[in-house]
Design a binder for this molecule. Structure first.
Ligand code: NIG
Ligand code: FE
Length: 422
């Protein structure tokens, strides 16, 4: 007898999913998407057991829930692989300063920016942080995001860094969104350590064993930038993290290219993120490497600064992903679809490239490509029904939420744009 599905979604107008591949998508392959018209999806135990446009009745018995997608568009659940989702408060009080033209790094140097959020995050208790972050995750889910990477980095001392990671761990258990945690203890240099960076880095390294033991983070990241940490600092910290068994990421070339990208490739980092100022050396290092070039165009938009040279990156065979960088300073919006709008307009990426850069490639950047990022047999049944005639329409008709329903592990968690999971 044939295996029966818990859920069948039928009458899908167009189903889109990344093309078959045994690694991240790059070059011409990044511009290819598997497209199935008049499709169905079958799910059992939270996993896709089939999809396509062949016969689906075989999967149905009286226990199967059957949902009619009414000709709408279906994609895999979107993956936002670079966020700072857990933080206390907000920074609208610095917004006006920023609008008057004060540069991001100047605000940081004057003790604001990241330091402002550090103060607010230190002051907020677990419950406050939990509620604020949960609200953000609810927004993300409504925009079709089903997997999120989130970083600490607004504590810069052990207690608060761990508090942030504990909040994230709890939310990973409670919220439909799957969270992947990154320890970013070296996000900014506290004033007290200005003349003694190594002492600070050693303190951050000393936090790692407990974080590792309690499985509070899987990745370690550092902000390698003028006014934050230099290349020698990044090597020192990331090598120590690697030795302790962490996977690696780096904030690199956001404003100035300091050599963080070649370092990331040398150390086998899963991603190098930002890359607005990437230089020839960085491009060369990333091309053909499995380190994902994680581009964050909402940050360029919000800082009114340069965009990463994505066309050049794709020509040079880099595996490009897109993320929101949701954070209280340089990208205060959970709207990942808007990030994708910006990618179309300012990065000049094609609709197919954008879909792949928001699903499979970010899954690689967080080491989840074996379970999320595509609609395929054996993958988690994370998918989105868009009330849109086609995917290019979602990118063209901008700043609107076209998401109708969101499914996480086969459960409908957003129905008709409304939350239904609590
Ligand atoms: O990725 N660049 C460093 N960190 C964040 C910004 C954090 C903040 O301003 O609070 C980013 O853009
Ligand atoms: Fe960031």
């Amino acid at each position: 007898m044939h295996v029966k599905a818990d859920l069948v979604v039928k009458n899908i107008g167009t189903l889109l999913t990344p093309p078959p591949s045994d690694g991240p998508l790059r070059g011409k392959l990044l511009d290819q998407v598997e497209q199935v018209g008049n499709a169905f999806i079958a799910v059992k135990d939270g996993i896709f057991i089939d999809y396509g446009n062949h016969e689906y009745e075989q999967y149905i018995n009286e226990a199967t829930e059957v949902i009619n997608a009414k000709g709408m568009l279906v994609t895999p659940g979107l993956i936002d692989a670079h966020t700072h989702v857990v933080h206390g408060g907000s920074r609208e009080f610095e917004f006006e300063q920023k609008m008057r033209g004060v540069p991001y790094l100047d605000i940081l140097k004057a003790g604001g920016g990241i330091h402002s959020s550090v103060n607010m995050t230190r002051e907020m208790d677990f419950d406050g942080l939990y509620q604020q972050s949960k609200k953000s995750l609810d927004h993300m889910l409504r925009f079709g995001v089903t997997t999120v990477e989130g970083k600490s980095g607004y504590g810069l001392e052990k207690e608060t860094e761990i508090k942030q990671l504990e909040v994230q761990k709890q939310l990973n258990e409670d919220h439909p969104i799957d969270l992947v945690a990154t320890f970013l203890g070296a996000h900014a240099l506290p004033k007290a350590y200005e003349s003694d960076r190594r002492t600070f880095l050693d303190k951050v390294i000393d936090m790692m064993p407990e974080i590792k033991k309690r499985k509070l983070a899987e990745f370690v990241d550092i902000f390698c930038e003028d006014g934050a940490f230099d290349l020698a600092d990044a090597r020192y910290l990331l090598e120590a993290a690697k030795k302790q068994g962490f996977k690696l990421k780096i904030h690199a070339d956001e404003i100035v290219a300091l050599g963080g990208v070649p370092l990331a490739v040398e150390l086998g980092a899963h991603s190098a993120d930002h890359l607005m100022a990437i230089d020839e050396e960085g491009l060369r290092a990333l091309s053909h490497s499995n380190t994902i070039a994680n581009v964050l165009p909402s940050t360029s938009f919000y800082l009114n600064s340069d965009y990463a040279p994505v066309r050049k990156m794709i020509d040079r065979n880099l595996a490009v992903a897109l993320s929101s960088d949701y954070n209280p300073g340089s990208s205060p919006s959970e709207n990942f679809l808007f990030t994708l709008n910006i990618a179309a307009i300012h990065l000049r990426m094609s609709p197919n490239e954008i879909l792949n850069a928001a699903t499979l490639n970010p899954a690689y950047s967080i080491d989840r490509a074996h379970e999320v990022g595509r609609i395929a047999k054996g993958y988690k049944a994370d998918f989105v029904i868009f009330d849109a005639p086609n995917w290019p329409y979602v990118l063209y008709h901008y700043a609107i939420n076209h998401v109708c329903d969101v499914f996480k592990k086969g459960n409908r968690v957003i129905k008709n744009q409304r939350k239904v999971w609590e």
